[in-house]
Design a protein around this ligand. Structure first.
Ligand SMILES: [Zn+2]
Length: 448
């Protein structure tokens, strides 16, 4: 499957570019993971499903992929949560443990493959200290009272990913109470903490800043220069800009040749985020929708455009997904090899969409256009099923029937509808059916 060239929109150039790894056939890919202080939300789900499809596609195209996705398991958010939940900020590791477990379950339910490496920041502290040391030696960082800061103006290319000018950043910089920094744009690499707490460093006890963690984990587990770095769009600035400044400050250009960012999930036209308080966890949604429906819903929207998350959208996705399940239900695709897949013209079309900047919506366009004719072609249907399984990560297994508790309110609606049906008041009957459907109750009518 090497004949397909893959094109991706590189955030560095803002252009669609052919993806060429440093070593043909070997790909080093790093995606920023979660800070495990709460259950993951649907924005996280979108990000990791996107990169899971990329991971699957790269392997399908014949590459050996080393994929690292980290856990930021030391952070103010974890410490605050430990204080709140356990009454002791130093018990942050218990918080991390709990939410790493929940995240792992969510990823499993969404059928995301396990990355090659899932490093935890707290296991890479030595590499962080080493990197900070080298930044100091190279004149990119300075120490003030046990804190270490990155001197943004020492890195002339600062702003190249986010396309921001230092002058504009300067004008917008908040005046902080912290007057230790030489320049308000500088950011912390190491934060001092009281004697005996956290980690010992050449600058005293302390803990790392968020940005240095990813630079250290990427270079330690993959290489100082990687092929692709990904994450949500909100990480472009400052996180990824700072990662570039740190890694390239030590190792020279280019830290990552390609940067890929997925767009936001929005609710009522607003960016969904924890800080805005308008968010759903992945688990909230799983209560009503099968994880495969959620995955299919994400993939019906291309990764690079905002997804306006809605209940109606999920219901429509469920309907389409059920149709796919029905079509492929009796198709056995287990024995199909990747080589065989090349013989399908439908797959060829789907693959060309996928290789065009992960146009997953286009893939499903081809699929639904050809769905009826696939019913008459069992061999090709088997190949298509296999492709959907391994590259899109859709299991196509029958959905579990939802068990809805029939409350007195629901029963009253069912009774009212029955009365309307007997009276042949179809408009009223339909209205009540829709109302019930919105409550997760699907009625199956018997003849009157
Ligand atoms: Zn990161």
């Amino acid at each position: 499957m090497t004949k397909n060239k893959l094109f991706l929109t590189n955030t560095l150039s803002r252009n669609k570019e052919e993806f060429k790894p440093q070593t043909p056939g070997k790909i080093l890919m790093y995606v920023c993971g979660v800070t495990p202080y709460d259950n993951a939300h649907i924005g996280h789900g979108r990000c990791y499903v996107t990169f899971d499809v990329l991971y699957r596609l790269l392997q399908f195209l014949g590459n050996d992929v080393a994929y690292a996705r980290n856990f930021t398991d030391i952070d103010d958010k974890l410490l605050n949560r430990a204080e709140k939940e356990l009454g002791d900020r130093l018990r942050y590791q218990e918080i991390a443990e709990k939410y790493i477990k929940s995240f792992t379950q969510d990823m499993h339910d969404l059928n995301c493959l396990t990355p090659t490496f899932q490093p935890r920041a707290t296991q890479t502290i030595d590499a962080m200290i080493d990197l900070i040391q080298r930044l100091i030696e190279k004149g990119h960082a300075y120490v003030v009272d046990g804190d270490v800061y990155y001197a943004v103006r020492s890195f002339p290319e600062y702003g190249k990913l986010s396309k921001r000018q230092l002058e504009d950043l300067q004008a917008g910089a908040r005046v902080e109470i912290n007057d230790k920094k030489r320049d308000p744009l500088d950011f912390a690499l190491w934060k001092t903490e009281p004697e005996g707490t956290f980690w010992k460093s050449p600058w005293g006890y302390g803990r790392p800043g968020w940005h240095i963690e990813c630079s250290a984990m990427a270079s330690t587990l993959l290489a100082p220069h990687i092929d692709l770095h990904g994450g949500g769009m909100d990480l472009i600035f400052p996180h990824h800009e700072n990662e570039i400044a740190q890694s390239e400050g030590v190792y020279g250009p280019n830290f990552a040749n390609y940067w890929l960012h997925n767009a936001f999930v929005r609710i009522n036209q607003e960016k969904m985020s924890k800080s805005l308080g308008n968010f759903f966890t992945i688990r909230d949604i799983f209560k009503e929708f099968d994880p495969m429906v959620v995955r299919f819903y994400y993939l019906n929207h291309n990764y690079n455009i905002p997804l306006d998350f809605s209940h109606d959208g999920l219901q429509a996705a469920e309907k389409s997904y059920k149709r796919l399940v029905r079509v492929f239900e009796d198709v056995n695709a287990d024995a199909i090899t990747n080589e065989q897949l090349q013989q399908s013209s439908i797959i060829e079309k789907m693959l060309s969409f996928l290789c065009d900047d992960l146009n997953t919506a286009g893939v499903f366009g081809v699929l639904f256009e050809n769905l009826d004719q696939l019913k008459a072609k069992p061999e090709e249907a088997a190949m298509v099923k296999r492709f959907l399984n391994i590259v899109l990560g859709l299991t196509l297994l029958p959905l579990k029937e939802k068990i809805v508790e029939i409350t007195p309110g629901i029963q009253a609606l069912i009774d009212q509808r029955e009365t309307a049906r007997v009276a042949k008041d179809w408009a009223m009957a339909d209205k009540i059916r829709d109302q019930l459907r919105a409550m997760g109750v699907e009625l199956q009518d018997k003849k009157l």
